[in-house]
Design a protein around this ligand. Structure first.
Ligand SMILES: NC(=O)c1ccc[n+]([C@@H]2O[C@H](COP(=O)([O-])OP(=O)(O)OC[C@H]3O[C@@H](n4cnc5c(N)ncnc54)[C@H](OP(=O)(O)O)[C@@H]3O)[C@@H](O)[C@H]2O)c1
Length: 250
């Protein structure tokens, strides 16, 4: 039998935020299938347990916490084993025309999509929870570069995350810790179905060259690559994955 597998995640501890839903859920399950032990974070305990039930057995930890709350975040970090990988997947979206943007609209998106991953990452690093040679992955978005109506705050949050990740990659390179972003186009999850109606989405889907939006597994497979030794020369990058589309939804 051929045992060649450059994508193995055996013996790795990996934290996945947003593991209670959508892309994060698929990432947690896929990484566990590749041999990793997963720390599953989200706020909804019941949904985290559902993810946990779908994973092969292992030393997985269900770690509910609101990453916007500093004391919850500290508790999460303190309870964390040493990590070989982090997937920052928790995120929110809204659709507000630029002329109507309020401070609370900005706070809603920026606090979750930008502040929380930066502060969680800072806390993990200062608590020495990130092992030498680890891989850190941020789920950004094609929206960072691909404008669509009403999506300004979300696009800005992902653009900020990409810029931040490039700086983080430089700072962590001496310890061979790699940092990369994934920029998906539209992927069928609650994030898009909650803010856009189905007819709009189905019409936009047909504009994608491969005639479909992404499946959560499409993104999980790319995460596996970035967490594994197969990508050991990749850092400071952001990778588009969008079925050949721009990710545009005007
Ligand atoms: N779907 C797309 O088309 C698409 C495209 C590009 C990028 N993305 C990005 O992919 C990531 C995952 O999105 P998704 O599509 O999978 O959305 P989703 O199904 O709505 O999942 C969002 C996740 O974020 C978690 N979360 C939100 N706020 C949190 C908080 N304060 N503390 C802890 N967890 C929190 C949610 O957990 P709880 O509800 O349990 O708190 C949930 O697990 C996001 O960063 C999103 O911007 C999505």
């Amino acid at each position: 039998m051929n045992s060649f597998n450059p994508f193995s995640l055996e013996n790795k501890n990996i934290l996945v935020t947003g593991a209670s839903s959508g892309i994060g859920k698929a990432v947690a399950i896929a990484c566990a299938r590749m041999g990793a032990s997963i720390v599953l974070n989200g706020r909804n305990v019941e949904r985290l347990q559902e993810t946990f039930q779908e994973m092969p057995s292992g030393n997985h930890i269900v770690a509910p916490a609101d990453i916007l709350d500093s004391s919850s975040l500290n508790g999460l970090v303190n309870a964390m084993p040493s990590l070989d990988g982090v997937v920052h997947c928790a995120g929110v979206a809204n659709r507000v025309p630029c002329k109507n943007i309020t401070q609370s609209d900005i706070d809603f998106v920026m606090r979750t999509n930008m502040n929380a991953p930066m502060l969680l990452q800072a806390s993990l690093l200062s608590s020495k929870k990130i092992n030498k040679g680890a891989s850190i992955v941020f789920i950004a978005s094609r929206a960072a570069e691909s404008p669509s109506m009403g999506n300004a705050i979300y696009s800005a949050s992902k653009g900020a995350l990409i810029s931040y990740a490039k700086c983080l990659a430089l700072e962590l390179a001496p310890r061979l810790i790699r940092v990369n972003c994934i920029c998906p186009g539209m992927v069928w999850t609650e994030l898009i179905t909650k803010v856009l109606d189905e007819d709009t989405l189905r019409e936009a889907e047909q504009k994608y060259p491969l005639k479909r939006f992404g499946r959560v597994e499409d993104i999980a497979n790319l995460v596996i690559y970035l967490l594994s030794a197969a990508s050991s020369w990749m850092t400071g990058e952001s990778i588009n994955i969008s079925g050949g589309g721009e990710g545009v939804l005007v």
